[in-house]
Design a protein around this ligand. Structure first.
Ligand code: PAF
Length: 284
């Protein structure tokens, strides 16, 4: 496995094998089964797999958890080596953002609601760094997790808008046995908050059950989530949402599928989760 923080070296390996397909799994490290399931998808679908490990400072607001974001480069590299990854790119901040760096990619509509409304500069940071990683690695396919539902929508839009020549592949959310979505941030939870955190998935499931038993009011679905989460004293709701899966606009009435999502604080740690209910032929 090649491990490098050097952009030219990544390109040399990529283009020495230009005819082979390359999968890219961008990560911020502190890898868990969710990341490794994306790595497995890439290994199965491509001749070569590259993983990037970079805690991207530009997607964190000054008030957010950049300094406490968990890191374990040695452990991550051991996991990737064991998985059979070909190349790991581990750039420094200075390599990604040299002192004269001036470009930011902003998307208009899809970045506004939900995460964008709570974290206004977040998606500009994500879009800019992912565009750079796409340009550095030039993968055939790029792999992202459904847990960051809005991120997948934003990045699909980025790929369309800027004509990146790659296929986006979205892997399912991986969960702990109690339903908590796997996330590097789970490591920041106290024992008490960790025990409380599965309420996100319970709330989403309660709304899903309401939908499956005929509820079509967006507000009623949001209310089901609110009620479930507020019953847990450790949880502080940032948002609950029942939105159009394409535009992310909040729905009054669910007609063609719905993205149920929520962001909840436990102390300083903010967790997100979602369930996508696809449109079915018998939706009213
Ligand atoms: O999902 C993440 O871990 C990050 O947002 C990403 C895509 C690696 C960009 O920094």
């Amino acid at each position: 496995m090649i491990v490098t923080n050097n952009i030219d070296e990544v390109r040399q390996h990529r283009w020495a094998e230009a005819k082979l397909t390359w999968g890219l799994v961008p990560t911020m490290g502190y890898l868990h089964e969710g990341h490794l399931s994306l790595v497995q998808l890439s290994l199965a679908g491509n001749d070569r797999t590259a993983v990037t490990i970079f805690v991207n400072p530009t997607q964190f607001a000054p008030t957010e958890d950049l300094s406490s974001y968990p890191r374990n480069l040695e452990g991550d590299l051991a996991l990737l080596e064991a998985a059979g990854v070909d190349l790991v790119f581990t750039p420094s901040d200075a390599i990604m953002y040299p002192p004269d760096f001036q470009t930011t990619i902003t998307l208009s509509q899809v970045t506004q609601p939900l995460e964008g409304s709570s974290r206004p500069s977040h998606f500009a940071g994500v879009a800019t760094v992912v565009a750079k990683l796409f340009n550095i690695v030039q993968p055939t396919r790029a792999y992202f997790g459904q847990k960051d539902a809005q991120q997948t929508i934003v990045l699909r839009q980025l790929v369309r808008d800027l004509n990146f020549n790659l296929e986006m592949v979205i892997g399912p959310t991986r969960r702990e046995p109690d339903g908590l979505a796997m996330s590097s941030r789970n490591a920041l939870l106290s024992a008490e908050n960790r025990a409380a955190a599965p309420v996100l998935f319970r709330a989403l499931n309660a709304a899903k059950t309401a939908y499956e038993t005929g509820e079509r009011s967006g507000e009623a679905l949001r209310q089901v989530m609110r009620q479930t989460i507020t019953a847990v004293p450790q949880a502080r709701i940032d948002y609950v949402s029942a939105a159009d899966p394409g535009t992310l606009a909040e729905l009054d009435v669910v007609v063609d599928g719905v993205l149920l999502s929520t962001a909840v604080f436990f102390g300083q740690t903010r967790l997100i989760d979602n369930i996508l209910i696809e449109a079915t032929e018998d939706t009213e």
